[in-house]
Write a protein that binds this ligand. Structure first.
Ligand SMILES: NC(=O)c1ccc[n+]([C@@H]2O[C@H](COP(=O)([O-])OP(=O)(O)OC[C@H]3O[C@@H](n4cnc5c(N)ncnc54)[C@H](OP(=O)(O)O)[C@@H]3O)[C@@H](O)[C@H]2O)c1
Length: 313
């Protein structure tokens, strides 16, 4: 197969041995793979991979056609269109994934949309639903709302009946974020003045967390998912105690097979039907040929994108 590989901080498009599906795994001809911050961190040498066979191949999500199945696979068959989260190795022409981490691709989705769906929607769903326990009518702040996880999170929160406030530094994105379901779109500098928030989906980190904490509603919950704006802050616990607030934080990548499978099952039950019906969209900012991954990564790191960057094989 051909794969994006990290070689001393550079990306190369190189031949690698074809992967082989284990008993519970699917072998997939990859058509599209989303780019995530973790891939950029891996290029910088900050994110050591867990799987030896994909040690130098980045990519946490992909979509493609099943071309082989392990002996114990029951949910999928050769020819199925699938999309999946993995712990690495997605940015290649072939990938393997445990069947419990794969989802069927609705017929309405393009390959680019399917390749940009799994990581962003699984992360946002898990944070809002499982960790924050979002309920009908609550007020939700989504920081970094222009990004892949942000555009997914604000749509999910709106679909769950929340009143969503989205923060973005890019004024040109405001109208689109409203179309996707945000009732209010604000500059991050206005976070403190636009509370109170019952739930905060914190995708930026230190650059916005203090303002969000200061505007937390009673019993408010903050779920920290990203630290693109810094990972260290001073927290005023008195303020948090006064509103009986909670802060939690999580990653998908570091969960075990069962933990990730639970999230994927939840997405299959609660999110896929709305996606297939067209009530949720995968906002794709731009696509690049997978062999041009380096250009795509640079684009990911630049300002002004709206949604996912996706590589196509
Ligand atoms: N925990 C997990 O399992 C998990 C999974 C996926 C992603 N993540 C993390 O979640 C975060 C969002 O991911 P993503 O894929 O949505 O990233 P993304 O597409 O790059 O979106 C992040 C958005 O945040 C805004 N932003 C960037 N730097 C900022 C700064 N210094 N201050 C304020 N705003 C800033 C940008 O929008 P504007 O410039 O328009 O404001 C950007 O579009 C990342 O930190 C990523 O590492 C975590």
């Amino acid at each position: 197969m051909l794969a994006v590989t990290v070689v001393k901080g550079d990306l190369r498009w190189q031949r690698r041995p074809d992967p082989v599906a284990g008993d519970t795994e699917l072998l997939v001809a990859v058509r599209a793979a989303g780019v995530n911050m973790a891939d950029l961190n891996q290029r910088r040498g900050l994110y050591p991979e867990q799987h030896l066979e994909t040690l130098d191949i980045p990519g946490l999500e992909f979509a493609g056609e099943v071309i082989g199945v392990g002996r114990q696979v029951t949910r999928f068959q050769v020819g199925d269109r699938v999309m999946a989260i993995v712990s690495g190795g997605a940015q290649a022409t072939l990938a393997v994934v445990d069947e419990v981490h794969a989802l069927p691709v609705p017929s309405t989705l393009s390959w680019a949309e399917a390749g940009g769906f799994p990581e962003a929607y699984s992360t946002a769903y898990d944070a809002l639903w499982s960790q924050a326990g979002l309920t009908l009518g609550e007020r939700v702040l989504v920081t970094g709302a222009s990004g892949g996880v942000g555009t997914a999170g604000l749509q999910l929160a709106a679909a769950m009946g929340a009143n969503v406030v989205a923060s973005t530094r890019t004024a040109a994105h405001r109208e689109r974020l409203r179309q996707l379901g945000a009732q209010g779109v604000i500059d991050p500098r206005a976070i403190a003045d636009n509370g109170p928030y019952d739930v905060v989906l914190e995708l930026v980190g230190a650059a916005s967390l203090p303002s969000a904490l200061g505007a937390l509603a009673d019993e408010g919950r903050v779920v920290v998912i990203g630290g693109v704006g810094g990972t260290e802050v001073v927290v005023d616990f008195l303020g948090l105690m006064r509103c009986r607030g909670r802060i939690s934080a999580s990653t998908l990548r570091h969960r075990d097979r069962h933990g990730k499978g639970e999230v994927v099952l939840g997405v299959a039950r609660h999110v896929l039907p709305a996606l297939a019906a067209g009530h949720l969209q995968v906002q794709v900012s731009s696509t690049f040929s997978m062999r041009d991954a380096s250009v795509a990564y640079d684009h990911f790191a630049s300002t002004g994108k709206l949604g996912k960057i996706v590589l196509l094989t």
